[in-house]
Design a protein around this ligand. Structure first.
Ligand code: FAD
Ligand code: DLZ
Ligand code: SF4
Length: 508
């Protein structure tokens, strides 16, 4: 009996579980560009274009491999508008009663599939190193779910950077050799972009017509849209950037948006690159003497550590996770996140880059846009929806734990043992933004003082009860307590005045 084989826009891998279990001679692959997926948040046009173009090319590849593919374009007249709707329509057409699908990376879609009247079998997404059961077993009975411990298990499981059961180089983590500040003469290699071909051009026209008003520039569009191009991006990273990846992982420069970052997150997330293969290639580069251990270890940790851990947390914590708000932050997301003018150079750069590229690297996301949202007490659900919209790699299983957990501490400390907050000092140390700012990073209070300097103390004071006993934060409270009453009052008054101006829609 014919079955429908669902392949979603982030499941573009020939070895996907549902495809592996299907019968090529009999079953019909269903792929659909649908309004419900394209509008559950206001996605960046570049992200929609990436997914649609990659879906169309993947459908072509499956057909070449002998599959029957029922592909629906967004502007097809009989498009049912949602994934369950498309499955029902194709079931009607083919007489199929059952669907094989690889479990989606979002609770919303899992629930929608479970509610269809069709018989849907959801298979585990085995593109990941740790299964749900394995992560649950690891988490069981632990007081704290720290990534570092999980990461060591993943190193042992994969054998990556292991020598006779011990970590290569004698240590699990080489981070103290990483994270050097930005230098003005530091310029990373030019990223590997691609000229749009006919398929991509067609998609760009469609996206322009339908989503041209969304936040973000659609053109120029240079992302990889098939596995061969994604492979070129990876190769480019291995030969040009990996060597310096660790050293400058946290640096930010106004005139170099990508530095030594790999730009492969989206390609792994949608299935064009295999994460374990990526890590093995990085390990080989280290073994061949082409990259130092701090770079190779730091990079592999991001993937088999952070990436896997974030997915584990998302599915362990359940569907309500993206809406948690442990610090009860309720302020509305200010318009500057959508490109309204701001005098803060760091935010202005990070948002402009996000609008133009649909990309910002980790420290821009965590210590500029994320830090500011946390310090100003923005509602974390709004922050989550912003991150889910604006980045080319944003899918809820990885975005929500990063935003709600790591960046906004809205899960109450599951992902992070302390909130990632900083004054302007950290941004100044790691970037060249402050030199071109209307505010002065060296000023703690008064006219022109850097807002991060005020808001940092405002945040700590506001959440004193929760954080003062945290051993990693008590030192900061001692510093705050050593300030004179007058100084503390000035800081808090000026921070409140700044927040009032921001919430009133003034340019800050
Ligand atoms: P590189 O710096 O080259 O790192 C290599 C790879 O490591 C990345 O491609 C990515 O797959 C992985 N990685 C690194 N850090 C993390 C992390 N914290 N969590 C998971 N994987 C990681 N990543 C996403 O893939 N999708 C998201 O929606 C996303 N949202 C984020 C939101 C916030 C608030 C923050 C702080 C981080 C977010 N990240 C997200 C993690 C990280 O910022 C991106 O993976 C990274 O910037 C992608 O760029 P790159 O490929 O050049 O990464
Ligand atoms: C993100 C996205 C977009 C914009 N559009 C589609 C689409 O039209 N069809 C589709 O199958 N998938 C799309 N996706 C990816 C899904 O939203 C993604 O599979 C779920 O969020 C689960 O991770
Ligand atoms: Fe950002 Fe403050 Fe530096 Fe301006 S001075 S760029 S607001 S950290």
């Amino acid at each position: 009996m014919v079955k429908l084989i669902l392949v979603l826009g982030d499941q573009l891998t020939p070895e996907m579980a549902a495809l592996k279990k299907a019968d090529k001679g009999e079953d019909v692959v269903v792929m659909a560009e649908v309004a419900s997926e394209a509008t559950y948040v206001s996605h960046h046009p570049k992200k929609i274009a990436l997914i649609f173009a990659a879906m169309r090319k993947f459908a072509g590849r499956l057909r070449n491999d002998g599959w029957e593919v029922a592909y629906t374009r967004l502007d097809d007249e009989d498009n049912a508008g949602s994934i369950p709707g498309e499955l029902l329509r194709r079931a009607d057409e083919t007489g199929a009663k059952s669907v094989l699908a690889t479990r989606p990376g979002e609770w919303r879609l899992i629930e929608a599939l479970e509610e269809t009247p069709l018989d849907v079998e959801l298979l585990e997404d085995d593109r990941f190193i740790a299964s749900h059961t394995e992560f649950e077993k690891w988490a069981e009975g632990r007081k704290e779910l720290r990534m570092e411990h999980f990461y060591r298990d993943m190193r042992r499981k994969t054998g990556l950077l292991m020598e006779d059961g011990d970590p290569a180089g004698g240590k699990w983590n080489f981070d103290h050799e990483n994270r050097k500040p930005a230098k003005d003469d530091l310029f990373g290699p030019h990223p590997c972009w691609f000229e749009p071909d006919k398929t991509v051009e067609e998609v760009l026209d469609l996206v322009e017509a339908r989503f041209g008003d969304n936040f973000g520039d659609l053109r120029p569009f240079g992302f990889a849209t098939d596995a061969a191009q994604a492979e070129q991006v990876l190769e480019h990273f291995l030969t040009e950037s990996l060597e310096c990846f660790g050293d400058y992982q946290d640096a930010m420069l106004a005139n170099d948006r990508f530095l030594y970052h790999s730009l492969i997150s989206a390609y792994m997330n949608i299935g064009l690159l295999d994460p374990l293969d990526v890590c093995r290639r990085v390990e080989t580069a280290w073994k061949d003497g082409k990259a130092p251990i701090n770079a190779a270890e730091g990079f592999i940790r991001q993937i088999i550590g952070w990436r896997e851990y974030m997915r584990g947390i998302y599915f362990l914590e359940g569907p309500d996770y993206p809406r948690r708000n442990a610090l009860n932050h309720q302020r509305k997301l200010p318009d500057l996140y959508w490109g309204a003018e701001t005098k803060m150079a760091c935010l202005s750069h990070a948002v402009a880059q996000t609008r133009e590229e649909a990309y910002a690297h980790h420290i821009q996301r965590l210590m500029v846009t994320g830090n500011f949202a946390l310090l100003t007490g923005i509602n974390p659900t709004e922050v989550h929806e912003w991150y889910l919209s604006v980045y080319f790699d944003a899918f809820e299983w990885v975005e929500a734990p990063n935003t709600v957990g790591m960046s906004q501490f809205a899960d109450g400390g599951i992902v992070g043992s302390k909130p990632y907050v900083s004054s302007g000092n950290y941004i100044n140390k790691m970037s060249d933004y402050c030199g071109g700012c209307d505010y002065a990073v060296s000023k703690k209070t008064g006219q022109g003082a850097c807002p991060f300097n005020l808001l940092y103390w405002y945040f700590l004071n506001r959440h004193r009860e929760r954080f003062e006993k945290n051993p990693r934060m008590s030192q900061m409270y001692r510093t705050w307590d050593r300030m004179s009453d007058d100084k503390r009052e000035t800081v808090l008054d000026e921070a409140e005045a700044f927040l009032d101006r921001m919430s009133a829609g003034e340019t800050v």
